[in-house]
Structures are given as structure tokens and as C-alpha cells.
Write a new protein. Structure first.
Length: 678
């Protein structure tokens, strides 16, 4: 599937500028919502509520039950008829259209059941108002439609469209590019072999090759890795990445759908489009209830006519059956729980974009974490401080931080940060001198100190003495060693690495206790991956994984039927997030990762994955309880409404009992608020 194919002659940037989404994957959620939006249901709900209030207040049946009267005026007895009819055509037609679609697809469900009930209630109420004896049900019609509109509004609020990922990917590209002659050009008009100038801090407009200049480029939005990548003559650069401090001239070799960014877009779209459209439990219950209610209504009508009870009595029984079958409680059973759990999640830093993602989390078998920025902090930090004889850790850090205090290099900043954390005061160095490519030197307390990398040792021809074994191990674990020298003697080593989050260790341990496997995915070397995995006690690791292959690793885990949750933060994680049964974006992640995920962690805390699973189980439990009550009520009440067992249940009492079942479902859903996710 080519994401850009639907744009025909419009290229990649035109896709964003023209907002052509016609060939994008279908929105998540059920077909019954096609063409609808949360805003539409919201507006219909509030207006329906306005129409329902006078309908209830002027209903003779409601007045009789609650023992109150309303002011009388000419035509006041027709207030329920007026507002009930307006409500039927304004909001009720939404369900009727949905029912027609369900019937055409031979999948009758909630829409069919609701439509059947409101049509019967409306026609029967018109008949009792003008033609036959009996009680009108405009109050029941109004409350049913309003409650159902509310339920669908709540439902749609929790269902987000994953197509936003494609928009966010397109946003990574600049609108214009600067040609080498200084002219400006729309990125959409770039051609292969054009040469563009990319100034410091600017985004690279298309894939290409460096033909002049040198710089470091931040490719984290594509690779997910924290370190910038040095770009010199003939170096490959990727559209959407950010140039560092140097200027680059780039010869464009890929545009539009051929860029790496567009390739990731295709992967995201394919993974999203391949997902099955799971139906919630209420749909299944509604399907069976529709069949039961329809057959019960037909059998009731025929049976009472055969027994010569009269057409009026038979119709009244049939109406009672269909009104009782009308799913007030069933319509709220899932959406109300969903709305509460979504709010509860938000208060705990879990932002639910896709309801199905939260519902499915209870069945997760494997949580696959991207390493950089998720299990680790995605920034350099001091890991080890190894002083030689005559120096302490504090003394070594003090010397190193004093020499690096004014440097903006990531390693220097990490050393200074570590010293500040330990409340170490710096000395003012004398005769500070930078040693290009090697490090720096300065005098402290009459001693000439040096700090730098391996090149410094080579120049000074100094050995590692008793630290050699430690340095080798550190190198195999992906750590960067920084050497501190006093004149011509090594006085200590400081190692740096992408720091492992303390929260990651707790998350891995908690998942293990819950019977959920933790796995790790990284583009780093096998040695680095094994080191991090050992620290976190994770046994399943995928190392040296290229960005385009991350989604394949998710598929590997899914082959044996395992349900996989993917946790990541970069653009390169987007296809894997979409391929996984649940995509979880960690808080500091890119907009693309966030758009590709079903759930976003507001904080950079992997322990929140455990909270998601706990909340999912509690949410499912409440949904199941509500569905059991809603359907069990119907199973018991329908026979009584039909007049079996010698009990004649009046339509009004049937409608009242149905309203009570709705209250029970609503109250039960509120208990979800008491769950402790810690």
C-alpha cells in the first residue's frame, strides 16, 4: 500500500499542504460511527436534553408517578407530542440510519435494537394520542434517545483517529528549502540533483548526500538514538532531521515517496490498516438481544391475537416487550465505564487515545520496550568514577568538573551535573587550554591537569596501569571512558553512558510479578543491549535493529499468539507502535510516536505501563458486570412483559424498571473511581 498513491501527481509535501487524506487508513472504531464526530454527538446530546425536559415535565404518566402538576395552557397536553416528535427526527434518525447500515451488512446490533425501540415507542405514542386508547411513551422515547446519544458521545470521545501520525510525520519537513545560489524553493518543488544549503539548526528538506561542509546532525526523530551523527563529505542525510552547528550543502537524491520518512509513513499506514476492527462486548450482546427482542415481540403479538385478547391488548404487550428490550443500560454499560476509566487514567498520567488499546491491555503477554529514551534517559550521564591511588571519587570529580565547567559538550555537561548533584564545589582553573580532538588542560593548585579521550593518552604515551581491565569491560558495555591526568600520570577514569532509569528496574520487576514478559529493542550493539538487559533482569533482547525492521520484531513476538505492547518515543518507533496490539508512547517522545500510539504516558516513567494493565483489568471487570446486569435484566423482564407466567407487566412499569436498570449500571460504574493503581 503506497500512502502517497492516492495523491496521484501530488507529491509528499503536497499531501500535507492539500490535506488529502482520502486514501489514508480508516478511522479506528466501529463502522456505525462512520461520518460522525464527537462534536456532532455532543451537540445533539445537549439539544436532546433540552427537548427531553419539557417532555418529561408535561408527561401525564411522569406527573402521576411523582405527584406534581405543571401549569396548564392551551395545547399543553400536546407538549410531549411536540418535543418528542422533534427529538425523534432530530436525534433518533442517527440510530435509524445506523440500523439501516447494520441490516444491509447483515450484522444487526445496538443501532438496530435502539431503532426498533424508538420506532415502536414513537408510532405507539402517536396512535395513543390520536387513534387508540393507551398511554403515550414520548417521555420514554425522549429519555432513551438522549441517553443513547450521551453514550455514543462518551464512546467517540475515547476513540481517536490514528491517521494523525501521518500528519505529524509530514510536519517534520520544512515548508521551504534554500538553494545553493540563495534562492528559496517550496520543498514540494525540489528535484533530484538539486543542491540545497542547510544552515545551522535548520531541518534537512529531503534525503541527499553532503557535497560541502561538515556538521553533526540530530537524527533522533528517525533513529531514536540520542547521539548526534557526524556528517562530512559524501555523508548521507535524511529528510526531517535537524542540522547542528555547521553549514551543509546537500545534493538531493530522493524526494517525495522515496524518502526514508515516507517509507516510515507507509509502514505506519500498513500496520494501522491491517488491524482488525474489534467490536466491543456490548455489540455482541446487542446482536443477540436484537434477535431475542424481535422474535419475542412477534411471538407475543401472535400469541395474544390467537388467544383472542384483542388487537389493543396484543399491541400493548408487544410494545412493552420492545420497550423493555430497548437497551438503556446496555447502551451505557461500556461508554460510561470507558469515560470514567479514561478520566481516571488521565489523573494518573495515562492519556488514552484509543479505547480499544486500554480494553486490550489486560491480555498483554509481552511488553517490548525501546531502549533509548524509554528504559534509559536518552542522555549522557556519569556511570563510574574510578580514582587511582592518592585520589578519592570526590576529588576526581572535583578536578574533572573544574576543567569542564565552561564547556557545552554533552560529556562535559554530564560531569558537571554529577558534581553538582554531589554538592562538590569547583576550583577556578588557570591557563585553560583546549586541545582540539583530544581534550582540555588547565592548572589547579599548581598542578597541570588534563582531561580527554584515548587520543590524549596516545599523545602523552600513558598506559592505563591497573585500570585496563575495567576499561575493557566498560567498552564492551558501550560506555565512553574519559581520562583525567596529572602532568604525565593517569589519576582516574570517569565512564559515561546513556543512563538507565531507576523506574525501569521497578517496571521490569513488577511486570514479572504480574506474569508479563519484558523485552527490549535497540539499535545499539549487542554488548550495550546485554549490559542494559542484565541491569534490568530482562532476558529477551533485540539488538542492532534498524529503524525499518522494528515492526518486524513485533511481528516475531506475535507469531506464537502473544499479545504485544510496544513502548517507544521516537519516529522510528512509529511503525512498531502501530503494529503492536497496543502502542504506548512515553511522555518525552516525538509527536509522531504519540500520534501512532493508543496510549501516551505523560511522564517518562516505564512503571506507568503496569498502571495501564491494572486499569485495563479493572475497567474490563466493570464492563463485564454492567453487561451481565443489563442483559440479565432483559432476559428476565422480556418474558414478564410478554405476559408469561400469568404476570401482566404494564408498559409504564416496564419502562420504569428499565430506567432503574440504567441507574444501577451508572452507579456501579462509579465504583471504578476507587481503584488504586499504585
Amino acid at each position: 500500500m503506497d500512502v502517497l498513491a492516492g495523491c496521484r501527481k501530488i507529491n509528499f509535501m503536497d499531501y500535507e499542504h492539500h490535506h488529502n487524506h482520502s486514501n489514508m487508513p480508516a478511522a479506528s472504531g466501529r463502522d456505525k460511527h462512520a461520518g460522525h464526530s464527537p462534536k456532532m454527538f455532543r451537540d445533539k446530546f445537549w439539544l436532546s436534553l433540552v427537548f427531553t425536559i419539557p417532555t418529561l415535565l408535561y408527561s401525564a404518566m411522569v406527573q402521576e408517578w411523582l405527584r406534581f402538576t405543571m401549569p396548564k395552557f392551551f395545547g399543553s397536553e400536546y407538549v410531549p407530542l411536540l418535543f418528542g416528535t422533534i427529538l425523534f427526527f432530530y436525534s433518533g434518525t442517527v440510530f435509524i440510519k445506523g440500523a439501516i447500515a447494520e441490516i444491509k451488512s447483515r450484522q444487526p446490533g445496538m443501532m438496530t435494537l435502539i431503532s426498533q425501540a424508538i420506532l415502536v415507542a414513537f408510532i405507539y405514542s402517536i396512535a395513543t394520542t390520536f387513534f387508540i386508547s393507551g398511554s403515550e411513551f414520548f417521555w420514554e422515547l425522549s429519555t432513551l434517545i438522549t441517553i443513547m446519544i450521551f453514550g455514543h458521545w462518551m464512546e467517540m470521545r475515547s476513540v481517536m483517529n490514528a491517521q494523525g501520525a501521518l500528519k505529524e510525520l509530514a510536519k517534520l519537513l520544512p515548508d521551504t528549502a534554500e538553494l545553493e545560489n540563495g534562492g528559496k524553493i517550496e520543498v514540494s518543488n525540489l528535484k533530484v540533483n538539486d543542491v540545497v544549503l542547510v544552515r545551522p539548526g535548520a531541518k534537512i528538506p529531503a534525503d541527499g548526500i553532503v557535497v560541502e561542509g561538515a556538521s553533526s546532525v540530530n537524527e533522533s526523530m528517525i533513529t531514536g538514538e540520542s547521539q548526534t551523527v557526524k556528517k562530512i563529505l559524501n555523508g548521507q542525510v535524511i529528510a526531517g532531521t535537524v542540522n547542528g552547528n555547521g553549514s551543509l550543502k546537500i545534493k538531493i537524491n530522493k524526494i517525495g515517496g522515496n524518502t526514508a520518512l515516507a517509507g516510515i509513513m507507509r509502514l505506519v499506514a500498513q500496520a494501522q490498516a491491517s488491524k482488525s476492527k474489534a467490536q466491543i462486548l456490548a455489540d455482541k450482546a446487542a446482536f443477540y438481544l436484537t434477535i431475542v427482542a424481535t422474535l419475542s415481540g412477534i411471538i407475543t403479538l401472535i400469541a395474544w391475537l390467537i388467544m383472542n385478547k384483542g388487537a389493543s391488548f396484543a399491541i400493548e404487550r408487544t410494545v412493552t416487550v420492545l420497550i423493555i428490550a430497548c437497551p438503556h443500560a446496555l447502551g451505557l454499560a461500556v461508554p460510561l465505564v470507558t469515560a470514567i476509566s479514561t478520566g481516571l487514567a488521565a489523573r494518573n498520567g495515562l492519556l488514552v487515545k484509543q479505547r480499544l488499546a486500554l480494553e486490550a491491555a489486560r491480555n498483554i503477554d509481552v511488553v517490548l520496550f525501546d531502549k533509548t529514551g524509554t528504559l534509559t534517559k536518552g542522555e549522557h550521564g556519569v556511570v563510574d568514577v574510578w580514582p587511582n591511588e592518592g585520589y578519592s571519587e570526590t576529588n576526581l570529580l572535583k578536578i574533572a568538573a573544574s576543567l569542564e565547567a565552561n564547556s557545552e559538550h554533552p560529556i562535559a555537561r554530564a560531569i558537571v551535573k554529577k558534581a553538582k548533584e554531589k554538592n562538590i564545589e569547583f576550583n577556578a582553573p588557570q591557563n585553560f587550554t583546549a586541545l582540539p580532538g583530544k581534550g582540555v588542560k588547565a592548572g589547579i593548585g599548581g598542578i597541570k591537569f588534563y582531561i580527554g579521550g584515548p587520543a590524549l593518552l596516545l599523545e602523552k604515551n600513558i598506559g592505563l596501569e591497573n585500570l585496563e581491565d575495567k576499561i575493557k569491560i566498560a567498552g564492551s558495555e558501550g560506555k565512553t571512558a574519559v581520562y583525567v591526568l596529572a602532568d604525565d600520570k593517569i589519576v582516574g577514569v570517569i565512564t559515561m553512558a546513556d543512563l538507565i532509569r531507576e523506574e525501569s528496574k521497578q517496571a521490569a520487576r513488577q511486570l514479572k510479578q504480574m506474569g508479563v514478559r519484558a523485552a527490549m529493542l535497540t539499535g545499539d550493539s549487542e554488548a550495550v543491549a546485554k549490559y542494559v538487559a542484565k541491569e534490568l533482569e530482562i532476558t529477551e533482547i533485540f539488538a542492532q535493529v534498524l529503524p525499518e525492521n522494528k515492526s518486524n520484531k513485533v511481528k516475531e513476538l506475535q507469531k506464537d499468539g502473544s499479545k504485544v505492547a510496544m513502548v517507544g518515543d521516537g519516529v522510528n518507533d512509529a511503525p512498531a507502535l502501530a503494529q503492536a496490539d497496543i502502542g504506548i508512547a512515553i511522555g518525552a517522545g516525538t509527536d509522531v510516536a504519540i500520534e501512532s500510539a493508543g496510549i501516551i504516558l505523560a511522564k517518562n516513567d516505564p512503571r506507568d505501563v503496569v498502571k495501564i494493565i491494572k486499569l485495563s483489568k479493572a475497567t474490563y471487570s466493570k464492563m463485564a458486570q454492567n453487561l451481565i446486569w443489563a442483559t440479565a435484566y432483559n432476559i428476565i423482564a422480556i418474558p414478564l412483559a410478554a405476559g408469561l407466567f400469568g404476570i401482566i407487566l404494564p408498559p409504564a412499569i416496564g419502562a420504569l424498571l428499565m430506567s432503574l436498570s440504567t441507574i444501577i449500571v451508572a452507579v456501579n460504574a462509579q465504583f471504578l473511581r476507587k481503584i488504586n493503581l499504585e
